[in-house]
Design a protein around this ligand. Structure first.
Ligand code: CA
Length: 239
């Protein structure tokens, strides 16, 4: 475990704006990452198909030959679940939702704060190493019409396959491991997102809403992923 931690984390930056791309590379290298740049979706696909493998991808939404949403969907459909943080110049909620639904794990709106981007990337990677180290007490799990195989990254609802992002899966796993217990948003940010002292709990609400859309017959009237007023959330597997 310590030897994997000693290896530099490999990052792929997919961004066509040369100054931003070079600036990001420089800053992430300064932070100890190994960084490759791709200026087009085509270059990104070629690099991702190579033998090196990446620990995380920073993906710009507007690319000259495609867009980040399409590229991310394509990766996920091909079984590549490398954590993706999407950079979007658009501020509309619908674009953020599209980004997350395309399989991104997180997003930042341009112009963004470099320190925040670095913190978010680190948070994704901490989640991943936690995931690898976590005892597999819940490799597969069922509740209601849902069947989840955490190890194989597969889930079905009433027999129909679902596409869950790695963050959705991590959040779900935490709920499963803490079923019937009221969990605060702060605890979720700390334990699942690995972002202690991060004030924006809206991220948590967005992701709980995504779990509800996957698993609840009526997402606005949840029986499994319940809100506990003033306290947080409680997962009730019996519904
Ligand atoms: Ca761009």
């Amino acid at each position: 475990m310590s030897e994997t931690e000693a290896q530099p984390q490999r990052l792929l930056i997919v961004e066509d704006e040369p100054h931003l791309s070079a600036g990001l590379k420089l800053n992430f290298e300064f932070e100890g990452f190994e960084v490759d740049n791709a200026a087009t979706a085509r270059e990104a696909v070629a690099l991702l198909a190579g033998a090196k493998g990446y620990d995380a991808i920073i993906l710009d939404v507007t690319l000259p030959d495609s867009d980040g949403f399409t590229l991310c969907k394509r990766l996920r459909a091909a079984g590549n679940f490398t954590p993706v943080i999407m950079l979007t110049a658009r501020t509309q909620a619908s674009d953020r939702v599209t980004g997350l639904e395309s399989g991104a794990d997180d997003y930042l709106t341009k112009p963004f704060d470099l320190d925040e981007l670095i913190a978010r990337v680190r948070s994704m990677l901490r989640r991943l190493s936690w995931e690898r180290r976590a005892p597999v007490v819940t490799s597969s799990y069922t509740f209601g019409g849902a069947e989840i195989d955490f190890e194989r990254h597969e889930a079905t609802m009433d027999g129909k396959p679902l596409k869950l992002t790695s963050l959705e899966l991590d959040l779900l796993r935490y709920f499963v491991q803490n079923a019937e217990r009221v969990i605060s948003r702060t605890e979720l940010l700390e334990k699942v997102w690995k972002l202690p002292n991060y004030p924006n709990t809206r991220t948590v609400d967005n992701f709980v809403m995504r779990l509800r859309r996957h698993f609840e017959a009526s997402p606005s009237n949840p029986v499994y992923f319940r809100s506990v007023r003033g306290a947080g959330y409680k997962f009730v597997p019996a519904g």
